[in-house]
Design a protein around this ligand. Structure first.
Ligand SMILES: [Fe+2]
Length: 388
């Protein structure tokens, strides 16, 4: 028995006005200082007021939100006693909102102990709305929550199916003026979700179509969104859809090795999530394809790339991903991130240890040994083709 989970998805131009139709008394917005400064919180507030709600705002979510921030937000939330929680921002704000919501409803729980096998009994006090302001994480439609334990220098992937939002509002108005670098990082995250969702060990019939469509949309619209910015509203809207569709796909089939390695790198060197995971994607495709039984050729064929057999298909897909990354000025190796050899070597044992305990490791179609994980990091540092 398996489940396909999804919030209600409201998308496209003016999707935000769906907020006007909500029934409730108090809404609590979880966001970050940049989103506040951009005026997005006011836009959301206006609609919540139109629905007759009182509104409180917690705008202190940092990139890679920490357990400490989540605990603090949950306390403020408890004082306000909302019946709606609104996660507004990128993955960090939406993930922080999910985690704060869990602690608000279940103050007895330790966040590190939250996993898919624990029944939380949420929705006694509030429901959750997720509003993404970047086109990448898909956090608006997934239940996974990534927090950072700042003391341990590692990322914690928490998960509970119940903590998925009730409503996802996918309105491209928030992405029109995204800076090119964020457009590139988050767009490549969406691509990594879709490729890994289609090829993970938990891939399934319900997610395949979503992942393929998202991959196609990213290849078509990410270069345009990156190059044209606010001039190309169509590209913005289609990338926003792509990220959400990829989220629905991988959220129900899981990500894989590129995410395990990327989380490890991000935890130690604070590389933005999308840049970190997508950097590893070509290497993990090469590594996985060498183990056989993969489906990269199917993706390549869907994109119209040469794919006579699995080997050629995987190579075509790797080349297409690297071409796309180059087109949008993304790094292709760890060295290109500006991390010195010395710093890299000093942290290699920690990188390997973090990757091996990452939850996305077990859903990989080919799980590397400790030696292979170390090799993967070394090859990705040098930018070398995987030959093992
Ligand atoms: Fe991701």
């Amino acid at each position: 028995m398996w489940y396909f989970n999804s919030p209600e998805v409201v998308y496209g131009e003016d999707a935000l006005s769906h907020l006007d139709t909500l029934h409730g008394e108090r809404a609590f917005i979880v966001t970050d200082p940049t989103i506040l400064k951009l005026g997005f919180v006011d836009m959301v507030k206006e609609h919540l007021h139109a629905a007759g709600m009182q509104v409180a705002v917690f705008a202190e979510v940092e990139p890679d939100p920490s357990l400490q921030t989540v605990r603090r937000g949950a306390e403020v939330m408890r004082d306000f006693a909302p019946d709606w929680i609104v996660g507004l921002g990128g993955g960090s704000s939406m993930d922080a909102a999910k985690a704060m919501w869990i602690l608000y409803e279940r103050p007895d729980l330790d966040p590190a102990g939250i996993n898919p096998f624990v029944e939380l009994g949420l929705r006694q006090k509030a429901r959750l709305i997720a509003i993404p302001t970047t086109s990448g994480t898909g956090s608006e439609v997934t239940w996974a929550t990534v927090l950072t334990d700042t003391e341990e220098q590692r990322k914690l992937a928490l998960g509970a199916r119940e903590s998925m939002a009730d409503v996802a509002i996918v309105d491209p108005v928030f992405t029109v003026n995204l800076p090119p670098q964020i457009t590139a990082d988050t767009g490549m995250d969406a691509l990594t979700h879709a490729v890994e969702g289609y090829t993970s060990a938990w891939r399934n019939d319900f997610c395949d179509g979503l992942c393929l469509k998202a991959i196609q949309l990213v290849f078509e619209y990410l270069p345009r969104a990156y190059a044209n910015g606010s001039e190309d509203l169509e590209a913005r809207e289609r990338m926003h859809n792509a990220a959400c569709i990829a989220g629905l796909g991988f959220g129900n089939s899981m990500a894989a090795l590129a995410h395990a390695l990327g989380h490890a790198l991000g935890g130690v060197f604070h590389v933005p999530h999308g840049r970190a995971v997508s950097l590893f994607l070509p290497y993990t495709i090469e590594f996985s394809a060498r183990g056989g039984g993969t489906r990269y050729a199917e993706i390549a064929r869907f994109l119209g790339l040469p794919a006579g057999d699995e080997e050629e298909g995987a190579a075509s897909l790797v080349k297409a991903i690297r071409d796309l990354a180059r087109q949008i000025d993304q790094p292709l190796s760890i060295r290109e991130l500006g991390i010195t050899q010395e710093d890299f070597e000093a942290n290699l044992p920690k990188l390997v240890a973090n990757a091996e305990t990452d939850t996305q490791m077990v859903t990989s179609i080919r799980v590397p040994s400790t030696e292979q994980s170390e090799q993967l990091f070394r090859y990705a540092y040098e930018g070398k083709e995987i030959d093992f």
